[in-house]
Design a protein around this ligand. Structure first.
Ligand SMILES: [Zn+2]
Length: 162
């Protein structure tokens, strides 16, 4: 079991998927929500935009856009801690888990970078990467196992957003 990063005691309690590492084999997301996420990324195409996904089991329910406070947001992302705490609070109220972490790649493909692996901190969570490199936006999901990223099936369904 990978060691979890130290959690600030002031953070609201959040359920992550660390106890269910083997169970997440796909990320199910509504087309409406995926479009919402991709629009958010496209709205600021020169920097890596980021956000969080709350949901239950393998089903994404809510997208929480967050500010990227990285020193060099064109080449990395750091979720604003205040936005993160706010999202965690709402997830707890809605009984959601933190199912995913979203960020965009303005100039590269949808695969995790070496930096993404070095900075990944949430085993069992889906990392959704939105590539803006090509004319058509491409989103792919990866599971962080604690050691590496494994490709997740991204199942886009035509259901209304929950
Ligand atoms: Zn990245």
């Amino acid at each position: 079991m990978p060691r979890m990063p130290t959690i600030d005691n002031n953070l609201p309690k959040i359920v992550t998927r660390v106890d269910g590492l083997d169970s997440l084999e796909r990320l199910v997301i509504s087309r409406v929500m995926l479009v919402e996420i991709e629009h958010y990324c496209v709205s600021d195409p020169l920097v890596e935009t980021c956000g969080l996904i709350g949901g239950m089991g393998e089903i994404a329910h809510t997208f929480y856009p967050t500010k990227n406070i990285a020193n060099d947001p064109q080449h990395g992302y750091l979720v604003d801690p205040e936005d993160q705490i706010s999202a965690f609070r709402t997830m707890a109220q809605r009984r959601e888990e933190m199912l995913g972490i979203v960020h965009s790649h303005p100039n590269s493909g949808a695969q995790p970078s070496a930096t993404d692996l070095a900075q990944a901190a949430y085993p069992g969570v889906a990392y959704l990467i939105v590539s803006l490199r090509d004319d058509a936006v491409l989103s792919e999901a990866y599971l962080f196992t604690g050691r590496n990223f494994e490709k997740l099936a991204l199942e886009v369904v035509d259901l209304p957003k929950c």
